[in-house]
Ligand binder design. Structure first.
Ligand code: ADP
Ligand code: MG
Length: 238
């Protein structure tokens, strides 16, 4: 049995454990992948910021030891709080699950670490929806296929048949064949494909400014694209 799945079995938290005394259910979105540099942190921060503009109370849990999302939030210009709760190794997952359950928010967006390891199983085991950003290279496609396979295995071990899965084509350059072909290539995975995010400097410039594109470049293509992606994902939360 893969390490990730073994860990999920050990650390399994029933979904009803996330119901709060007030009666609402915390929604957990895990932004995951098994590679660095594919856009997990970019998607996690922007998804959270866009969902927060709909008056939901949203928090980003930075589960990556490297702390990129935490660094992004440091200047204090993001509309969401980022909490650094790095998740490394099997022994940490039960405590990490408890920390998430104690958060007093409507939506928790988890920015995942860049490895296919035990901790990833914990995130997939807890999430309602997992979002997998995929870049345009062949290697990105292979890595995404592996993550989708892992989600299917963990899902089959969960009594609630979750998490749902959404793939987000990222850094798509429609001027190139590879960029144009990415959404079609992803269809083979037979999971919902969100609208694409282009390869746009506004995303990297917003990071450098400690902002998200909704504040840094409101109304830009990048902003419109993240709005479409957030809408697509939110529809699958219901
Ligand atoms: N759609 C995009 N357009 C332009 N740059 C992007 C895009 N998505 C991510 N990036 C840039 O790529 C780099 C890696 O992204 P990041 O979100 O940190 O990936 P990960 O969290 O998977 O390691 C960052 O410099 C980020 O600004
Ligand atoms: Mg990251």
């Amino acid at each position: 049995m893969h390490d990730c799945i073994a860990l999920y079995m050990l650390s399994c938290v029933p979904l009803h454990a996330l119901s709060q005394p007030g009666g609402w259910v915390v929604r957990v979105i895990g932004v995951i992948g098994r590679k660095g540099g594919v856009g997990k942190t970019t998607v996690a921060i922007h998804l959270a910021a866009e969902l927060a503009s709909g008056r939901r109370k949203v928090v980003v849990v930075d589960a990556d030891m490297q702390g990129s999302a935490t660094y992004w939030a440091e200047p204090g210009n993001l509309p969401v709080e980022v909490v650094h709760l790095p998740l490394e190794g099997a022994s940490a997952v039960a405590a990490w699950n408890r920390d998430i359950q104690n958060l007093d928010d409507d939506v928790v967006v988890v920015d995942g670490p860049p490895h296919l390891d035990a901790a990833l199983g914990g995130i997939i085991g807890l999430a309602d929806v997992v979002v997998v950003p995929c870049g345009p290279s062949g290697l990105d496609l292979v890595a995404t296929g592996e993550v989708v396979g892992l989600v299917h295995e963990i899902r089959s071990n969960r009594s609630d048949d979750h998490p749902k899965l959404v793939i987000v084509p990222n850094r798509v350059d429609c001027r190139t064949n590879t960029g144009r072909e990415l959404p079609d290539a992803l269809k083979d995975l037979k999971e919902p494909i969100a609208p694409s995010l282009g390869d746009r400097t506004a995303f990297s410039d917003a990071f450098n400014a400690g902002e998200w594109v909704g504040a840094y470049a409101p109304g830009s293509k990048a902003h419109q694209e993240i709005q479409a992606v957030a809408k697509f994902i939110w529809r699958r939360m219901r």
